[in-house]
Design a protein around this ligand. Structure first.
Ligand code: BGC
Length: 478
């Protein structure tokens, strides 16, 4: 089955009138100002993004790391075979069996496993023992027995890693709520392979792949004009195809192609805070996160964080007695207590009485008294936080499009992640941002074709394992 691109995402319904008291209106105006990014400002952000991309291509250790993925050249569509994929770094751990059948066709079977918070923040050895057990039980569950041959596995590891080969790299840092000890500076492939060996699990980790690289590959499998893969999910990042001649920092010797996929790690963009419109509510989130001062762009645009930004805004309104008559609840007072999925429900809510918004606030968040004005204020806040995220996402896409000169010829961009897939009007808001960023290209949304790339971490990792095999055949030393 080819990847699904048809989906029905609810539309966001924006409200313009709050109908509050003068102090409420004044505070809402202040919040609107803090979150609004004008077209001119969006252009400024995009230009800075582009110049940071170039820095990352020229030298090591730049804010946007621009990590060569060691995936050389493009897919042919002829990639076939059975591969395992392991996906760590999204909401769940997943083991996937992928049967590549060529030309964008494939079947998958997968099992999800919950990674507890203690595993996410404990000793990395415990995490890898757990993963090895999951792979072992997956093989049993699916009756996978390859005789004496090891099963090839593509490992989607969705954290920053400096790669040195297609199946080698050193972990740079953790993101998205993971913070295990004993992992930084180590090779995730070796840690996984050792844990598998100890348990005699017959699996060979043949490719290490970032989820964005996997997304690019899985999209390219059926759409050969793909030149980028992006995740707007729990975290955010992008990968795109770059000319070797533009990767000035490359010291990896001759390659089998004049192009390579770059894992940008753009979540770290503007950690220096030169250009991003960081508000006090973003600062509060950052300060209280487990990785302060890091991944600032990611924290403004990703599913893990949007609810928390909105919660910080709402609590300030409560503290000023401008919302819920000054009352909060245990849920609203708790870090991460206002989930991004609540924002989705609230953004999609329509009609005068905003029933769904009222239900979320009174039933899910246990706020004692909720008025219609309160509902409208909360809806406005969600709209502002969600719209800013999508517009910043557009700046990143525009940066990639400009760097890879894909506007003239047109290109497909595969996108995966819960925000892109489910958040109301996220895609339309990105498209609006692109229209503003390319005023001279009237059909920009036909030239830069965004589309859902389902299961980049599974199918993409399998494709990467397949590419690794082909590259090894072409160049025996790899
Ligand atoms: C990680 C990236 C990953 C992205 C999306 C970020 O936190 O640093 O490696 O691609 O999340 O999962």
């Amino acid at each position: 089955m080819a990847s699904q691109t048809q989906r029905k995402v609810p539309v966001a319904h924006t409200i313009t009138t709050i109908g509050g008291t003068p102090p409420q209106e004044a505070m809402v105006d202040k919040i609107v100002k803090a979150f609004t990014i004008t077209p001119e400002y969006l252009e400024e952000i995009t230009q800075h993004f582009l110049s940071e991309m170039k820095k990352g291509l020229n030298e090591e250790d730049q804010t946007i790391a621009m990590i060569p993925s060691f995936v050389e050249g493009r897919l042919t569509g002829e990639e076939v075979g059975q591969f395992l994929a392991l996906d760590l770094g999204g909401t769940n751990l997943r083991v996937v069996l992928v049967d590549l059948q060529g030309r964008g066709n494939f079947t998958t079977k997968s099992t999800k496993y919950k990674v507890s918070d203690s595993l996410k923040t404990g000793d990395v050895k415990d995490l890898y023992n757990f993963i090895a057990d999951c792979i072992d039980s997956f093989l049993t569950e699916h009756n996978l027995d390859y005789g004496t041959a090891d099963i090839h596995l593509g490992y989607t590891f969705s954290f920053p890693v400096y790669q040195s080969k297609i199946n080698r790299g050193l972990q740079k840092q953790w993101t998205k709520g993971f913070n295990c000890s004993g992992a930084i500076g180590k090779d995730p492939v070796i840690l996984l392979q050792d844990a598998l060996a100890k348990k005699h699990v017959p699996v060979l980790v043949s490719a290490l792949v970032n989820d964005t690289v996997g997304t690019l590959l899985s999209n390219a499998y059926s759409k050969p004009d793909t030149n980028a893969g992006i995740i707007f999910g729990t975290g955010s990042n992008g990968a795109y195809i770059e000319k070797m001649s533009s990767i000035k920092k490359w010291k990896g010797g001759p390659t089998s192609s004049d192009e390579m996929i770059i894992n940008m790690e753009f979540g770290a963009f503007d950690n220096e805070r030169v250009v991003l419109p960081v508000t006090p509510w973003d600062n509060k989130l950052d300060r209280e996160s487990i990785n302060p001062h890091k991944q600032i762009f990611e924290k403004m645009i990703s599913g893990m964080y949007l609810g928390e930004i909105a919660r910080n805004v709402l609590l300030e309104l409560v503290d000023r007695t401008l919302l819920f008559e000054g009352y909060s609840s245990k849920e609203l007072n708790s870090q991460w207590g206002f989930e991004t999925t609540y924002m989705s429900t609230i953004e999609a809510d329509q009609g005068d009485s905003l029933k769904e918004t009222h239900r979320v606030l009174s039933s899910s968040l246990n706020i004692p008294k909720v008025s219609e004005v309160d509902c409208r204020i909360v809806k406005r806040v969600c709209d502002l936080v969600g719209t800013r995220a999508a517009r910043l996402a557009a700046a990143a896409i525009a940066g990639i499009a400009r760097q890879s000169s894909s506007v003239q010829n047109g290109c497909d961009i595969g996108i995966d992640g819960s925000l892109y897939e489910f958040y109301p009007s996220f895609e339309q808001r990105i498209e609006q941002g692109l229209v503003e960023l390319f005023p001279d290209v009237p059909d920009i949304n036909k030239r830069i074709r965004l589309g859902l790339a389902k299961d980049g971490s599974g199918v993409g990792a399998a494709l990467c394992a397949c590419v690794a095999k082909k590259m090894a055949e072409r160049r025996p030393s790899v």
